[in-house]
Design a protein around this ligand. Structure first.
Ligand code: ATP
Length: 457
């Protein structure tokens, strides 16, 4: 069964995954705070990504660059003056809309209007009689471009010279460090640089819970290759990302790859594909994979005056590498795995249970230690101390055991350990599996070995 968005927001809040930001002050629209379970899930997604993209890749290395950058960076990248969305206001109800998204929602994502000019957007909206989704009127202002970068000032003086931006993507921190990393990491082309970090965009129409927010965390790889090998690496990383999402346990039926047509491509891109997920509100972009050519290194070379080319000593060839970029946010992956893992299951006895079948690598808690009664607390605490040294473990004593199992099912804990009276006699415990609900009895001394075989991250 699929969750609707309202249910997801409630579920995430009630269980401690995601709360509304600044809630006791009435909130700040479209900001979200990640609670005890949400932060674990987020960290696990990042750990898994880092493991696959950095740790297990001979070609890739990591980076953590500053959020604030020299404003010239954003001139070179085309963001100053160029990073904007087509905004339309409804004159009747004063709501703001992104013209391209208005068309995409109207056509149920069948038309991708990302590459339309303002004239084409206006013509499409008027020809198809698209109405304001809020009030139903057909009375929009003309389109104007809306700057997406957040601006602030550095230091005590507020003037044009002190303007700095909150980065709208982490990628530029990678491009400006290309030379440093090429020189110091001993990597030879092809090689990649990975970064996880916050990005900020003053989105016109944030929404759908954490799908589109103004502050989000990106996981980006910029993979530099010889220009003659760009197609090969573009395909490689597109397929790699698709397999990565599947390896997180997301069902293949809910995933698709959408290759952009030529007219949709950004000015810097030779090829782009989106990995999309079937959210309750329709297909939405999860992960963008783009062939950015030599656009960025060339632009930064020109703007900074530094040579950002590469010398292939073996062939004595100097060239500006092409760059393949897979870019995804932690929040969108989190939303997809959250929705995809949810099941409302009818049990043999007619009861229903809510389960998050999260991949064990992603589950916030891997194990829950549950003493049958409070009296068994001392023994249970010893078990908790043992397994929590190696695994994220929850300790729960309140409520009857059935209810505690349900709570662990609902938050996706793969294993529960129950301590009962027999434990006092023979030092064995029951392990209950979240998905099959089967139980096995094993010795406390064998617990970590048992879990080490089943839990990898
Ligand atoms: P859209 O057309 O939906 O605005 P985009 O094509 O501008 O997205 P990119 O610039 O390609 O997005 O961003 C790369 C990735 O960063 C996206 O695939 C998505 O996972 C994530 N992302 C982008 N904007 C947001 C946002 N506002 N909130 C959460 N994640 C985002």
């Amino acid at each position: 069964m699929k969750l609707n968005m309202e249910k997801i927001v409630n579920y995430a809040k009630t269980l401690g995954f995601v709360y509304q930001g600044s809630e006791i002050y009435g909130g700040l629209s479209n900001t979200w705070d990640y609670g005890p379970l949400g932060v674990e899930l987020k960290n696990n997604i990042k750990k898994l990504w880092w493991k696959k993209f950095v740790q297990q890749s001979k070609n890739n290395v990591g980076l953590d660059s500053a959020i604030f950058m020299n404003p010239d960076v954003w001139v070179a990248s085309g963001h100053v003056g160029g990073f904007s969305d087509p905004l339309m206001d409804c004159k009747e109800c004063n709501t703001r809309h992104r013209a391209d998204k208005l068309i995409e929602d109207y056509t149920n994502q069948e038309v991708n209007a990302g590459g339309f000019s303002n004239e084409e957007l206006e013509a499409y909206i008027s020809q198809h009689d698209i109405k304001c989704p809020n009030c139903g009127a057909k009375n929009f202002t003309d389109i104007r471009q809306f700057e997406l970068m957040f601006k602030t000032h550095q230091g005590v003086v507020e003037n044009d010279q002190s303007t700095v931006y909150l980065r709208p993507e982490t990628a530029q921190g990678i491009f400006v460090n290309f030379k440093n990393i090429a020189r110091t990491s001993r990597k030879k082309i092809p090689f990649g640089i990975c970064q996880i970090g916050k990005s900020f965009r003053n989105e016109i129409t944030p929404g759908n819970f954490i799908f589109r927010t103004r502050e989000f965390e990106q996981m980006e790889l910029e993979f530099f290759c010889h220009p003659s090998e760009d197609n090969k690496w573009y395909t490689y990383w597109r397929d790699f990302c698709f397999d990565f999402v599947k390896s997180m346990g997301v069902k293949q039926d809910n995933l698709r790859v959408r290759n952009h047509h030529n007219e949709e491509l950004s000015h810097y891109s030779k090829a782009t594909a989106d990995i999309e997920y079937l959210f309750p509100f329709g297909w939405g972009e999860l992960w963008g994979i783009a062939n950015r050519t030599d656009y960025d290194l060339l632009a930064h070379s020109k703007q900074s005056g530094e040579r950002l080319d590469y010398l292939d000593q073996k062939n004595n060839e100097r060239f500006i590498p092409y760059c393949i970029e897979p870019s995804v946010s932690v929040e969108r992956l989190l939303l997809a795995v959250f929705i995809d893992s949810y099941e409302e299951e009818t049990l043999d006895n007619g009861e229903t249970r809510e389960v998050l079948h999260l991949h064990p690598d992603l589950a916030p808690y891997k194990i829950a230690v549950l003493p049958l009664v409070k009296k068994l607390g001392k023994k249970a605490e010893a078990v908790y101390d043992l397994v929590s040294k190696e695994f994220m473990t929850e300790y729960d004593t309140s409520g009857n055991i059935g209810r505690r199992y349900r709570r662990q099912d609902a938050i996706g804990t793969p294993y529960c350990i129950t301590i009962d009276y027999d434990t006092l006699d023979d030092d064995t415990v029951t392990i209950r599996d979240r998905d099959s609900m089967e139980q096995v009895r094993i010795k406390i001394s064998e617990l970590n070995e048992y879990f080490n075989k089943r839990l990898k991250l």
